[in-house]
Structures are given as C-alpha cells and as structure tokens.
Ligand binder design. Sequence first.
Ligand code: IPE
Ligand code: IPE
Ligand code: MG
Length: 241
Amino acid sequence: MQSPSDPRPGLHAAIIMDGNGRWATRRGLPRAAGHRTGVEAIRRTAEACPGLGIGTLTLYAFSSDNWQRPADEVGGLMRLLRVYLRNETARLARTGTRLSVVGRRDRLPAGLPEAIERAEAATAEGRKLHLRIAVDYSARDAILAAAVRLAGEPTSRAAFGAEVAGAMHGSPVDVDLLIRTGGEKRLSDFMLWEAAYAELHFTEQMWPDFGEDDLAAAMAEFTRRDRRFGGLTNPKVSAAA
Ligand code: IPE
Ligand code: IPE
Ligand code: MG
C-alpha cells in the first residue's frame, strides 16, 4: 500500500532479517561473519524486488533492543552499516533504488547520521525500489511517541499512523507481506502499527542464505492468500446465501 507522499507503485514487503549469528556459529565462524555475509543477502533481495512487484522493501537491521548485545557486536554492526553506505550508495543510485534509514538517529555513533543523510540525498531520485533499512527501530517507541505528541487531540487512524511513522523518520506505508527468516515466529517490536493486515511468512532459512528464490516463493504464497481486511471474499455471493 502507498502513502500519499509516496506514489511508488507495488507492494510493501518487510523482512526481519534474523539468523546471522546462528548461520555463522554453525560454520565455526564468529557471529560477525554472519552479519557480513548478510549484507550480500540484502543486495540479492533488494535487486529481486522490482521484478516481483515489490515497490517498497523495509529491512529490520538493528532493533532498539539490540543495544543490549555485547559492545563489540554492536560496534561491528554500526561499522557494517557505515561500510554499506560507503560501498553501496553508487550501486543503489545506478539501479534506481531510493535508500531511507528509519529509526532513531540520536543514539548512533558520531558521523553515522551524516553518512545516512548523504546516502539518502544521493539516491533520492530512485524510482524502481524504495529500500528502507530500520536501525535503532522500535515500533512500541514509535507508537508511544505518537500517543504523547497527540495526547488529547482528536485524530484519525491515518493521522496517527503518520505520527507513528514520523517518530522513526519514516513515511506511513502499510506492510503487505512480512517475512521473518531464522525460524522464530515473532515480531520483535517491528512495524506493529503498519503490519495490522500484513500477510505473515516465516521461513527456517537463515538470513545469509536468503535470496531471490526465497523471496519469489514468499511472493507466490502471498498471491494465493485471500486478503479480506475484515470483510468477505465475495460479498454478493455470501450475502445471497
Ligand atoms: C539478525 O541476526 C541481525 C540482528 C539482529 C542484528 P541475529 O544476530 O539475531 O542472529 P541470531 O538470531 O542470533 O542467529
Ligand atoms: C530482531 O531479531 C531484530 C532484527 C532482526 C534486527 P532479534 O534476534 O534481535 O530478535 P529476538 O531477540 O530473537 O526476538
Ligand atoms: Mg536473532
């Protein structure tokens, strides 16, 4: 679904990229190797989106709760984001990909918010895919911030949703398809407002192994789902019965 400020056609897929650590541990490698290999999966997955009818892809890269991890893992993830922005921005611009980073920016390491702004500006014209990477993201904090801002004000779902997205530097786009890799079946504080009617897809595949075929399989299953949004599949037939 699209927001008024974002006329890009296509579905919104969101992915909880889980399983990097287990992928590495199973191979006798440090967890950081799983995070590094996961970056390749980001590239493969993003580049497959336009061909599969996905116009917006939101990737959960670092939750606000992930600050609890050991400092060296957190530091490694922040460095990886910096390297990603440095190495991938030109390729994103070339492939028509607009990059946005959603989440809080005030707790990121020095220099990273500026690097994010530069990458966003350099890719702003991308029209094939809107790639949104969620960093220091918490859906609960977003909803709480919106509630505090609008406390006592009359509001609508749309206006409240815009506040929720705005609290994390994003624009309001309902999630159509929510995928989680790594075998866990939970949301871990991701897109709680925007995923109200998302179709859920859980896969055992660890994120570093995820690619175009897995995304295509998730999309094939998505197209077979009957999205009723609380209504009926075929109201005329059902009403007559
Ligand atoms: C997902 O992989 C990436 C982040 C949360 C940063 P994990 O690091 O959670 O990997 P597992 O779940 O421990 O295997
Ligand atoms: C969710 O994964 C966050 C990201 C993928 C960025 P976690 O590995 O942090 O989630 P839990 O701890 O298993 O719920
Ligand atoms: Mg995990």
